[in-house]
Design a protein around this ligand. Structure first.
Ligand code: OAD
Length: 243
């Protein structure tokens, strides 16, 4: 049995953790990348060619997320942060649902859709308005184009966030991998780093991924359905009481 009392616990989440909230995932039959081409919407080149089109897509996603709410999986992860002495949450998601559910320290390796930054100066702001008026928006400080503060394909991940995530992966005793297809690197390498350092891996995902064969426990159920029960069975005190 997975024992989370052994030491640091790290969780890595992907689009699947927000699926039961109503936010579409990227890959698979229902995924966004079935109807949209990432190179036309989620690259710097696409933004330089047609900033309005890219902003319209992000505006649409912001509206979509604003109509959804965090689910029981996000809430359970927030509870884990409050209960466990050493817990790190790493997410590839840009929807901000972990913070909305109460998580305080979230390593967002792909940025956040509610933050906007200037393409020319240091201007960075959080803006929850939906829809955004006047697309594409311009910097109030210098007049240059603003862009979503997210990581696009081909761009480096924020160095400090990635370094902290890497250290948490290397140092954990248990890693939960929830709702990610585990194919987009470098985030997809974090579970491999944990495994190399002898962590126990728990995967929660209704579908098989490249990680499944290496996981110590695989839960083939949706996250909002599975995680609360898993936490009840494993949280400190509970495990001892049932032993
Ligand atoms: P994907 O869309 O690639 O994968 C979502 C995963 O969630 C799949 O493995 C599904 O089986 C699983 N899933 C679906 N519903 C679930 C549920 N209710 N509970 C648990 N799991 C569920 O999304 P990511 O792996 O997050 O990057 O994608 C990684 C990155 O690729 C994203 O951050 C984004 C994307 O293109 C950028 O935009 C840079």
């Amino acid at each position: 049995m997975i024992d989370i009392a052994q030491g640091p616990v790290t969780a890595v989440t992907g689009a699947g953790v927000s699926a039961e909230s109503g936010v579409p995932i990227f890959r698979g039959e229902e995924g966004l990348w079935r109807d949209y081409r990432p190179e036309e919407l989620a690259t710097l080149g696409a933004f330089q060619r047609n900033p309005r089109l890219v902003w319209e897509w992000y505006n649409w996603r912001r509206e979509l997320v604003s109509e959804c709410r965090p689910n029981a999986a996000h809430e359970t992860l927030a509870r884990m942060e409050k209960t466990l002495r050493d817990f790190t949450l790493i997410t590839q998601n840009v929807d901000g649902f972990h913070q909305a559910a109460g998580s305080e320290n979230v390593l967002e390796v792909h940025g956040n859709i509610w933050r906007t930054r200037c393409t020319a100066c240091d201007y960075l702001t959080e803006d929850h308005r939906v829809p955004l008026a006047d697309l594409p928006p311009h910097c109030p400080e210098c007049g240059a184009l603003l862009r979503p503060d997210v990581v696009w394909f081909g761009e480096p991940l924020p160095r400090d966030v990635l370094d902290t995530a890497w250290a948490a992966a290397a140092g954990c005793r248990v890693m939960l991998v929830i709702g990610t297809s585990a194919v987009v690197h470098p985030a997809a390498s974090l579970p491999t780093v944990a495994l190399k350092n002898d962590a126990q891996l728990v995967e929660i995902n209704p579908a098989e991924t490249p990680l499944s064969a290496h996981a110590h426990e695989v839960i083939r159920d949706p996250a909002a359905e599975a995680l609360p029960g898993w936490w009840e069975a494993h949280r400190p005190g509970q495990a001892r009481a049932t032993a």
